[in-house]
Design a protein around this ligand. Structure first.
Ligand code: SAM
Length: 215
């Protein structure tokens, strides 16, 4: 797939839109500008790739809205060299945005079909997050502890296993709640294993589901 001048122009406009919505971190905006979002989308949605909207990516899932990707990335407040666990690989776009910021990304996807498709696709691009098929509720104990944990599906509860895989002082960013709308939370892990909580408004995500399906 090609990244033409037209795509680059549309991407600049998308970055302007996200900036106007309040994302001012120049490194995050540069990462959004660097990554051809249309590479991550199904062919039938290519022409919409630079609209600030979520789109279907198959298996009943979506690639998140670019503003939401930027917002969650801002809340994560990553530093180069951080180890980040992402739950919900989906298209791999968010994982690549984090990789572009110099982060070592470990991303889990629950749906086999989507995992296989995204894993094959990631081989073809310059960003190399590590992808895993599994249940995000369990995390990746083998690779823990993580500096940051990012959940990109709606979580009805705070996954205890993921708190335990977070470093002291580390952040978990998680859209929390049942139903159609969730509250975006940033949890900070304390030395005694508990966490403090900050709230950042209402978002809409597809649900985080339990044990592996056959899909
Ligand atoms: N981060 C993705 C991207 O950049 O395209 C968008 C994620 S999409 C909104 C949510 C994803 O979470 C879906 O791909 C879904 O299959 C996945 N998911 C849901 N429950 C999960 C779980 N328990 N473990 C891992 N992934 C899960």
């Amino acid at each position: 797939m090609q990244d033409t001048f037209r795509h680059k122009g549309l991407r600049k406009k998308l970055v302007d839109t996200i900036r106007e919505k309040g994302i001012t971190d120049s490194k995050i905006l540069a990462a959004i500008e660097a990554i051809p979002r249309h590479f991550f989308m199904d062919s039938s949605f290519l022409e919409f790739a630079y609209q600030d909207k979520p789109f279907p990516i198959g298996s009943g899932q979506t690639i998140s809205q670019p503003y939401t990707v930027a917002f969650q990335t801002m809340l994560l407040d990553v530093q180069r060299g951080h180890k980040v666990l992402e739950v919900g690989t989906g298209s791999g776009y968010q994982a690549c945005v984090l990789t572009e910021l110099g982060v070592k990304v470990f991303s889990i996807e629950r749906q086999r079909k989507l995992y296989i498709k995204t894993k094959a696709f990631i081989e073809t691009v310059n960003w190399k997050p590590q992808l895993f098929l599994g249940d995000g509720y369990e995390g990746l104990p083998k690779f823990a502890p993580f500096d940051r944990v990012l959940i990109t599906a709606a979580a009805p509860e705070i996954p205890a296993a993921l708190i335990s895989q977070l470093k002291t002082g580390g952040y978990m960013v998680i859209p929390h709640g049942e139903g159609e709308e969730q509250t975006m939370l940033r949890l900070t892990k304390q030395a005694d294993g508990s966490y403090t909580k900050e709230e950042f408004g209402v978002f809409r995500f597809v649900p985080m589901l339990g044990d592996l399906g056959n899909d």
